[in-house]
Design a protein around this ligand. Sequence first.
Ligand code: PEP
Length: 252
Amino acid sequence: MSPCYTDPVTRPTLIAANWKMNPPPEGWNAIESPYRQTDGVDIVVFPPFVYLKSCIAAGLRTGAQCGHPEPAGAHTGCISMAMTAQEGCEAVLCGHSDRRRDQKETDNFIAEQVVAAFENKLFAILCIGETEKEREAGREREVVERQLQSVLDLLQSTTYNLQAIAYEPVWAIGTGRNATPEQAQEMHAFIRSLLPETHQSATRILYGGSMNAANAEELLRQPDIDGGLVGGASLKSEEFRKIVAVAAVHHR
Ligand code: PEP
């Protein structure tokens, strides 16, 4: 199935649309929808749970914004990784900072989600990133290393490897204040260096945090930025179309 698994060695550009708690944007299911897979760029949409089925039925490559690691049980309001996979989802976000903040998801719980995602053949995008306070204190590397390491530690007891990470500095999410290309590249290279050597070149590292049509080019041009996790700008279909067009030019 998934385009997300294609040719990992060359790390084709991946643009992920995180619609958060918003309905699908205008034109989402049109024939010319920018949310459809296109040549040279992998595109995945992450709608709220209630829209998963319609997005899948419309032929969009679709992922869940989260998933509980247990297959079933007493977790009111949650949906398991197994259920999202059964619905036809191909991907899942793990550890988005909204959930680390609102649902108090811990590093350990997020690591369990990643493993459960792989067990259910979902393409997991692990989200990591520091808060503004942590960056001001010069702790950004320490924080992303801790977040990543807890997942790598759990994966060590499995045969799975991380396929995709989204570096999303919390201070850049939804603020209109993206990381500079230099800041992002520096962190992406650092994150890549923390991965097992055998998987450094195959793991896609996306940038997230106020990516838009105006800044996508300079971000996607960086050697260690393999795509974007786009929130606000993914809710405006024409803006999103422009981001995808930029990504198509920079595809590897
Ligand atoms: C996000 O929510 O993952 C995100 C990157 O949002 P935005 O693009 O709005 O900053």
